[in-house]
Design a protein around this ligand. Structure first.
Ligand SMILES: Cc1cc2nc3c(=O)[nH]c(=O)nc-3n(C[C@H](O)[C@H](O)[C@H](O)COP(=O)(O)OP(=O)(O)OC[C@H]3O[C@@H](n4cnc5c(N)ncnc54)[C@H](O)[C@@H]3O)c2cc1C
Length: 389
């Protein structure tokens, strides 16, 4: 199949974004969610969602390079990302790869359009880094599973229609071997979600309780007790997807911060808009960190284009992303200092001003999708062949 050249595609994306009314993102989380859901629908209908997904699944059948080009244009236009990123970048690729015909054709088009929002029910109070210790259980009875247990840190569960849920289906085998992967309708009786407030003031996390929830057998993704393999695929997609998108978002954040600084200096000095040496050095450090990440993401894209599937190298991406993200926002915070409090720009509709929020949220980068320590363990054991600690 010949696909549109990347340059032509970029120009088409740029023109569409220039001609389209970009959404104003409200402060309130519920209102913000609704606006961004509608935005996802607009993007989907114009063919900008699921760019590298198969047409059968509702996608555009193009390459990951086209996907990357669109992310770059979207972010550089200062347009918000679609709200359903957990579906698009984390869970959906696993359903596309391991799903039955029913799962792929019924669930994926609604995931892409934003009609269905997905959450990821992996972590539990005693199973985060040691995910394989999870205890939420599913008992097989007739043509359904009966699920009981608790998940935690489930982002957007209170808004989600579907949950990708890891459950224990066999307690008699080694812990990784007794896990299954269920696709659970969040409107099923017996599910309770409680929102948890983060230090940013947002409440996008939830704890989710399952009390004898009945899940039809056709909602099992892959085979019974094969969930660990698929979970590894999901986590690999999460790490690669986050790296590609965040690299561009971080570049734009640095540009915006430097622009804000110059604007302030221009307005407050008598014609001297030059940034001082210390400031330029801080910008330089953030810029270099971003260049390193940029080089790494070229490899990420090449792996995605080659459909290489999850690899321990995803952990290098995630570890580098964590460090670069925290470097960039910490340099920006230092650069802008008290100016941050004067900022009115709230492109993501946040409860607190943009840079404070970004700085606080950047602390999460070394936790979600597996902590930095866990990425280091994976790199040490699986890439470098070092003995287990
Ligand atoms: C913004 C955000 C969004 C999230 N969204 C979701 C979601 O949607 N769904 C979901 O299921 N989860 C989600 N999580 C949860 C996330 O996956 C877990 O927080 C993460 O896996 C760590 O688990 P834990 O919090 O239980 O920490 P723990 O596993 O208890 O770890 C505590 C500390 O001990 C260290 N540690 C643990 N084991 C080792 C080891 N073997 N070697 C070295 N150090 C170790 C860790 O690195 C960490 O510093 C989210 C987290 C964040 C921050």
């Amino acid at each position: 199949m010949t696909s549109e050249s990347l340059d032509t595609y970029r120009m088409r994306a740029r023109a569409w974004l220039a001609d389209t009314e970009l959404p104003d993102v409200p402060l309130d989380l519920t209102a913000r969610f609704a606006v961004l859901r509608q935005w996802q629908k607009t993007l989907f209908e114009a063919g900008w969602v699921g760019i590298a997904w198969s047409k059968e699944a509702g996608g555009q059948g193009l390459t990951h390079l086209h996907q990357l080009v669109f992310i770059e244009e979207l972010v550089r236009a200062r347009a918000a990302a679609p709200i359903g990123l957990i579906g698009l970048e984390v869970v959906g690729p696993s359903i596309d790869r391991y799903g039955s015909d029913w799962q792929r054709t019924e669930l994926l088009p609604r995931l892409l359009s934003g009609d269905d929002i997905w959450c990821q029910g992996f972590s539990e109070p005693d199973a985060g880094s040691d995910l394989a210790s999870l205890r939420t259980r599913a008992v097989v009875g007739g043509d359904e599973f009966v699920v009981s247990g608790q998940k935690i840190w489930t982002s957007w569960a209170h808004e989600a229609q579907w949950c990708a849920l890891l459950v224990r289906t066999d307690t008699s085998v080694r812990k990784q071997a007794g896990i299954s992967y269920l696709l659970v309708d969040m409107t099923s009786p017996g599910i309770t979600t409680n929102q948890v407030e983060q230090m940013t003031g947002d409440k996008e996390f939830c704890e989710v309780f399952f009390d004898e929830v009945r899940v039809p057998h056709r909602n099992l993704l892959g085979d019974l007790n094969e969930g660990w393999l698929i979970a590894t695929h999901t986590l690999g997609s999460e790490r690669a997807g986050a790296t590609l998108r965040r690299r561009v978002e971080l570049e734009v954040a640095l540009d915006d911060a430097v622009g804000q600084l110059r604007e302030h200096r221009n307005g407050n000095t008598t014609g001297n808009s030059e940034l001082d040496r210390r400031t330029r050095a801080a910008i330089g450090r953030a810029h270099i960190a971003l260049q390193v990440l940029n080089a790494q993401t070229r490899q990420t894209t090449a792996r995605l284009v080659a459909a290489a599937g999850p690899t321990p190298v995803d952990s290098v991406d995630k570890l580098l992303l964590n460090e670069v993200e925290q470097t960039v926002f910490s340099e920006i915070s230092d650069l802008l200092g008290p100016l941050r409090a004067l900022s009115n720009s709230q492109p993501h509709g946040l409860q607190c001003e943009r840079w404070a929020h970004e700085h606080l949220y950047s602390r999460a980068a070394s936790i979600y999708g597996g902590t930095s320590q866990i990425q280091r363990n994976i790199i040490a054991e699986r890439l470098l062949g070092l003995p287990r600690g």
